[in-house]
Ligand binder design. Structure first.
Ligand code: HEM
Length: 463
């Protein structure tokens, strides 16, 4: 490639979309890395629905118009792939598992995993999710008085999230490995974010601190996955070595003919995608309910009006308000705060041609705060979702063919955990409303409450 061609490739491509200048970006560089949510909010306020970032080569566009979002993720999904820095960084941990994989191999893996998320199967694992919630709640509350102890509900929901994935998808009790798996997934998630935001991407083999730490975290995840696979094979051998390893996700993967490396990638994908997101979403939901005692009481009233175990699937008819509270919490705090795609063909966005190679950044966090779609967008109002209809500009689980495979599982899990916790407990803000400050929403792999989520948990019936 000639110098002129190289220089040409370094120039941002102008597609006639406004956005910050390179100078603007240089000035805010540090704060963007520390707090991308605020930065994205500011640029969309300043430049509108489509914002262009001054990066070398093909355009990088932030898309906030639901029509553009639908175009990229759904209508024209075949022209846009996950060939992006975000997913390349994730693939350093998960390998080309279902979440990070770019087409075309993805569809076979999706078909293979799908039966583990079908309604029938999810109905069958409701007890496991309930058991995960009960065990973690009992462990966390052991030794507390029940009369108003401050509990970090984010740590609680992490423990539940991991255990629920283990029990429901791998029929495995992960409690022995929980500490190590939680530490390794959260370490990997932090490093993935760091790599995704690095201005100087280095080759995987260079001995940078991040690369070395990532390799160590990967080894721990590999060991965890290998132990889960070995345990299932040995269980199967003891049961007479039947041809089928079971109806859960791990059984499906083992029966599929995938090699152990591919199975490892899917297991690690599900552990990361399946517990970080649900844990964060639940922590924010509990905070919002603590801030809104009347909404919380309405959840409890619904639970008392319908005693008995809450089903994972089909809970909406019985507990419409509880489910609406979950939907509204996912609007305000969508754990997956950024979704990226790269076009591999020339395409059009809002009537404007965009070349192959264009990067599209979609932030559910921003789209969910559009005042034209969500009046008083910062207000927590579960009633927005009471009618149960699909809403334009609502995509906590993505949209189109790559919609979250764990959506029904996650929603069911969230409702079941709320039921287990709120039936007999009241959540309050430590120090009361006057002295309460929300934890900072930290955009990592999921949007987490920085420093945890300390809330008062009081057994109902105690003063
Ligand atoms: C509140 C919880 C969850 C949220 C907010 C969430 C969000 C998302 C989003 C936005 C996507 C699409 C990403 C994209 O298009 O680039 C996605 C995909 C995915 N999610 Fe979830 N997720 C959640 C729970 C789960 C659970 C419980 C699992 C599994 C146990 C899971 C596994 C996956 C997988 C494997 C994909 C990739 C699917 C594909 O590309 O075919 N997620 N998730």
């Amino acid at each position: 490639m000639s110098v002129a061609t190289r220089l040409q490739a370094m120039q941002p491509t102008d597609v006639g979309v406004p956005g910050p200048t390179p100078w603007d970006m240089a000035r805010v560089f540090r704060s963007v890395r520390a707090d991308p949510l605020t930065f994205l909010g500011e640029v969309s306020q300043r430049f509108g629905d489509t914002v262009s970032f001054p990066v070398p080569g093909a355009p990088a566009l932030l898309l906030n118009d639901p029509a553009d979002v639908k175009h990229v993720l759904q209508t024209s999904a075949r022209s846009w792939s996950k060939d992006t820095v975000q997913y390349a960084a994730l693939a350093r941990v998960t390998g080309p598992g279902l979440l990070a994989s770019a087409e075309p191999g993805w569809i076979e893996h999706r078909r293979l995993a799908a039966p583990a998320f079908h309604h029938q199967r999810l109905e069958a694992v409701g007890d496991e999710v309930r058991a995960a919630a009960r065990t973690a709640i009992a462990a966390r509350l052991a030794g507390t008085t029940g009369a108003g102890d401050v509990v970090d509900v984010a740590a609680l929901t992490h423990a539940i999230g991991l255990d629920a994935v283990g029990r429901a998808l791998f029929s495995t009790d992960l409690s022995d490995q929980a500490h190590d798996l939680l530490a390794a997934t959260s370490e990997s998630a932090d490093l993935v974010v760091r790599l995704g935001r690095s201005i100087l991407p280095r080759a995987e083999w260079t001995p940078t601190r991040t690369n070395l730490r990532l390799r160590a975290a990967r080894r721990r995840l590999d060991a965890g996955a290998a132990a889960i696979i070995a345990e299932r094979r040995s269980r199967n051998a003891h049961a007479g070595g039947t041809a089928h390893h079971g109806a859960d996700l791990l059984g499906l993967l083992l029966d599929s003919g995938m090699d152990d490396g591919e199975i490892r990638d899917e297991l690690v994908t599900m552990v990361i995608a399946g517990h970080e997101t649900v844990a964060a979403a639940l922590a924010w939901t509990l905070m919002l309910l603590a801030e809104h005692p009347a909404a919380q009481q309405r959840v409890r009233d619904e639970l008392h009006a319908h005693p008995g175990p809450v089903p994972l699937v089909g809970h909406r008819d019985r507990l419409p308000w509880t489910r609406a509270a979950v939907d509204e919490a996912l609007r305000l705090y969508p754990p997956a705060w950024a979704i990226s795609r790269r076009s591999h063909r020339d395409d059009e966005l809002g009537g404007r041609p965009v070349p192959a190679g264009t990067l599209a950044i979609i932030s559910p966090w921003l789209v969910h705060r559009r005042p034209d779609l969500w009046p008083e967008p910062e207000a927590f109002r579960p009633e927005r979702f009471l009618d149960g209809t699909t809403r334009t500009g609502y995509l906590p689980f993505g949209q189109g063919p790559r919609l979250c495979i764990g959506r029904e599982f996650a929603l069911g899990e969230m409702v079941v955990v709320l039921a287990e916790l709120l039936r007999d407990h009241r959540l309050e803000l430590p120090g009361g409303r006057g002295s309460w400050t929300r934890p900072v929403a930290e955009a990592k792999v999921a949007v987490h409450p920085r420093g945890g989520m300390p809330l008062v948990l009081r057994r109902t019936g105690t003063p």
